[in-house]
Write a new protein. Structure first.
Length: 213
């Protein structure tokens, strides 16, 4: 999905394209790294095609920023899919894939973000979700990632450090949800991510073009 973005009072736009990987692609990572078959036959051809596209994007000359989204609520509730696998299983497989292919981040990646979603559910040490500002939630999110996705985080951080790629942990929430249907929208988290993008992506005229994977 291509977009043109600019800050107020700027003349030139930033050129950004977003590419989202489906959950099935991460299942394919798992298959590759564990030599097994968990994809449905109906999905397999589409996923293999998407995987080829992914490899083309990764090897392209365009600059890239990678986002990995981790669902806080899904992990803390211990949710498993029909294969008895969790987010951690799939992310570890993806991390192994990235670890074993040294050129993925090396040349054309400017930043990697791990984003913890549903961050309004992040709890403090006393079990409370209230009165936590963005900085404290981000610190708690970092601890949550270390405790639950340690291998994934270690692999990604090591790869970023080795290839001189900026690495950050972010949090995201649409806002506070009440009675499972009423939401008080909080723009802080989305604004924070967009502002980072605007810093990383140069306006047209620079010899850079970013694609988001």
């Amino acid at each position: 999905m291509p977009l043109l973005l600019k800050k107020r009072n700027e003349e030139k736009y930033r050129q950004i394209s977003f590419f989202e990987l489906s959950g099935e692609v991460f299942k394919y990572f798992y298959e590759l790294e564990n030599n097994c078959n968990i994809l449905d036959d109906v999905d397999r051809s589409n996923v293999e095609s998407a995987f080829k596209t992914l490899n083309l994007l990764i090897s392209s000359k365009n600059q890239k920023i990678h986002f990995f989204f981790i669902d806080y609520q899904q992990e803390t509730k211990g949710i498993r899919d029909k294969h008895n696998l969790t987010q951690e299983n799939y992310l570890n497989a993806a991390a192994t894939y990235f670890r074993d292919r040294e050129d993925i981040f090396k040349k054309k990646t400017d930043a990697v973000y791990v984003v913890v979603t549903k961050s309004d559910q992040i709890k403090s040490d006393n079990g409370s979700t209230s009165h936590l500002n963005g900085e404290i939630r981000t610190q708690l999110a970092g601890r949550f990632l270390s405790e639950n996705f340690g291998n994934f985080m270690d692999v990604i951080k090591h790869r970023c450090k080795k290839d001189s790629v900026d690495f950050n942990v972010k949090i995201f929430s649409i806002g506070d949800v009440y009675f499972k249907s009423i939401c008080k929208i909080n723009y802080y988290y989305a604004t924070n991510i967009v502002e980072d993008l605007l810093k990383k992506v140069k306006p047209a005229g620079w010899k850079q073009n970013f694609k988001m994977v």
